[in-house]
Design a protein around this ligand. Structure first.
Ligand SMILES: [Zn+2]
Length: 63
C-alpha cells in the first residue's frame, strides 16, 4: 500500500479489519516514515492522558 496517514489512524483506532491491519503492519514494517508517524501519534495520545504542561520553547544557550 502507499503511505496513508488516514489508515495509520484507523489502525490505531482499531477500525480496520484483519486484512486492513495486516496491510498496515506490513507497510509499517518496511516504511520508516509510517513507523515514525505511528510512534508520534501514539506519543501524542499518551500525553493526553497526563495533565498538560504548558508548552514552552526554551532557548538553547549559545556561547
Ligand atoms: Zn509509509
Amino acid at each position: 500500500m502507499a503511505c496513508s496517514f488516514e489508515k495509520l489512524v484507523l489502525y490505531l483506532d482499531k477500525q480496520l479489519d484483519i486484512d486492513g491491519q495486516l496491510e498496515v503492519l506490513n507497510h509499517i514494517d518496511e516504511c520508516d516514515v509510517c513507523q515514525d508517524a505511528v510512534y508520534q501519534i501514539r506519543r501524542d495520545r499518551d500525553s493526553n492522558l497526563f495533565i498538560r504542561r504548558p508548552y514552552k520553547l526554551e532557548k538553547i544557550p549559545v556561547d
